[in-house]
Design a protein around this ligand. Sequence first.
Ligand code: IFM
Length: 842
Amino acid sequence: MSNSNGEEQTDMNANEPIPPASTAPPVPPAGPSVDAQNKAVEPPYENDLLARTAELDQYFAFNDDAREVEFKRHDMPTPWLNYLSNGTFHTMLSHAGGGLAFYKSPQIWRITRYRFFHLPTDRSGPYIYLQDAGTGSYWCPTYEPAFRKPQEWRSSHGMGYTRFEAQADELAAKTVYFVGPYENSLIWNLTLTNNSSKVKELNVYAYAEFGMMEFMRELQWQCYNKHQVSVQYHEKKALIYKYGVENQPKPDETPLVYMMSDAPLAGYDGDREEFIGSYRSESNPAAIEQGGCTGSAILGGDPCGALQVRVKLAPGETRTVNFFLGTAMNETEIERAISHSREADFVTRSYAALQENWARYLRAWNCELPDQDAQRMLNTWNPYQSQRNFLFSRNISYYATGTFRGVGYRDTAQDILAVVPYDPEAAKDKVRLLLGQQYRDGHVNHYFFPNEGWDPVTSIHSDDHLWTALAVWDILAETGDAAFLQENIPFYDGGEAPLYEHLKRAIDFTVSRLGPNGFPLMLRSDWNDQLFRVCREGRGESIWTAMQFGTVLLRMKDLAAASGYPEHAAYYDRLYGEQKSLVNTLGWDGKWFRRAVMDDGRYLGTAEHEEAQIWLNAQTWATLSGMAESDKGLKAMDSVRDILDTELGIKKLHPSITTFPDPADPLTNYNKGTGENGAVFCHANTWAIIAECMLGRGDQAYKYYRQLIPNIAMEQAGIWRYKAEPYVYASNLFGPESDRFGLANVSWLTGTAAWMYVAATQYIMGIKPVLAGLSINPCIPSAWEGFSVTRRFRGCEYEITVKNNSHVCSGVQEIRVDGERLEGTVIPAYPHKQSVKVEVIL
Ligand code: IFM
């Protein structure tokens, strides 16, 4: 790669031939048959499975060494996204070039426009157009949006970058989009090669449609506020977009936006009407078809950033042009950023640093498994997705418009779990952020908006405030840093207290809100968002929250001891015992655990009713919490297997609700088999994996794990049924009571990511930090001969090899550390060693 000054830069990808671009529209194959009772555990497509795998190969392929997924067609069922980010400047980009950029917050500092759920889909994006100056013919390396398509094309998502490789008329174009660590900008790194025997003269255009930074204001007040924005040409040969409207939040923290190139400009446009033209779109911009950019700027209007660069290529010549879409706080800062970005090695350095950062991050865990699909997820895509969740909470995706979701307390508290092994300091910061949203009485804000400065959503849920203890316990287990518990953290409503005291007050809050039967009141809901209807009169109770509370109390016993409060530990023990007893008596239905008590005192989740008889969470958490007595845990999980499991994951509840408890006022408005009502909720499936591992049933646990690996679920459902990305988890799949069984929804930003990671690494592979060290207790498929893992733990690399010659699921026979036999299954920390070799025999 060379930059516009002609210097050589490191190549960003292997030089493989580019496949021909797709032309024929895909014919959606039929999805899986709908079996209303969904008993099938056998794959329904057994004979068809190879054909389906082959079909997937036509769409995408993984390159595990490069940690990339490659796309062979542009016409996927939905935009398949990647997130490019340096933690401050973010871009969501699809495999076909659609997406948007934002600075810190998609609510108030959204830079470019993405037309959510409008047609044509997946528009707009940071587009490059390549025009033959002689013929006027033009196309885009992203495949979309120009009408003329490249003759050869592929794209790839990698760790923090997306690459497009295309060719038309013997002109090859490779574009790498990424956000580097040194400036808050999206870098569009374009490399052109003339593969013909003639000189090529090209017009190269870079285009982005600027939106109003506040998306909700844009929807409501655009007609007035559009006259308060400007795009001006700056003498440093850049466009500067200024968003400054009356009453906008945080005007002093609102950045300016710049768009620039490191090549000399031949033209520009800041007025979208001039560049695109009326009754046109990104497919056929007027400026490109009518002689080039017009030199427009706006002081009020519809803003865009369009840059034109001329490139002349001799036969065989390669040149690189870089474009930059960035933010800085003022013009001086922009001028500095522009000069910096034009330095000869800036792009190469930025890209190298991005790659090094991801390599360092992912070094914390590496496994070799007999299952390549699982290995790929655990070494690359699952931690990558989890990190993006940690960054964005549930804020913005193809499905979530980024309008109202700030940081979800419950969501983020869980997201922390999968970042702890990689970046415990960042995890601590997130805990500080969360606990700053806690009130002195122990409850917390449900959502909050640290960037936007908006008022939080204050509804009180029975579970939100309890999740933090799990994250803190994990941080302590990972780092051994008990001093963290003593750190003073402010309360949202004034005053401050040590972190441990925050956690204790969360317990106290739950104790002060127990219902008539002694279970925690449901309040506005528990983890299942829809359950607010069981507690409209304030009496409904959550049996699941009792189990979550119990799980937290077990952790709190450890945290109390680590904080020097043994008397608290005894108190937590008593509370645990009380809740456990209720769960096993009032909460037990005979074959499974009940879910809730409704306002009128009737149970939810019982065989007595026709709908919503059994709920997944109450079965899994009975075991997770250690509360299930005698064989109740096994029985409950057998019911999950027999009633809730499908070939595409475990349903959230069964049967779906249409009339319960009152046909005029059912418990949920979700259609049956969708979302919160009988869908396969992937997040909740993770707890079934953990429960089965805790029960020692490794084969069943692995069945649950593997069937939701995204490319496996897609294989099972068929790509045109599943639709979402095959490399990241989705929140849910339509269940068998829907006629679109297998349709995946709300991919990328979902608690599934963190918990799948925890389930697989800590329970299936059984490598779990505990306060005393690293616990090893695998629960694997009996067919596995073994596996190996390299895991960083408290500064030392543990090279762990597990052998399973006896073909059992669980049961550690022997552990040797550097050849020495270990007593028990917890390996101590070795702060003074670089690495240790651990051999485990099952
Ligand atoms: O628990 C919730 C989560 O907080 C938001 N999405 C849906 C989940 C289940 O209701």
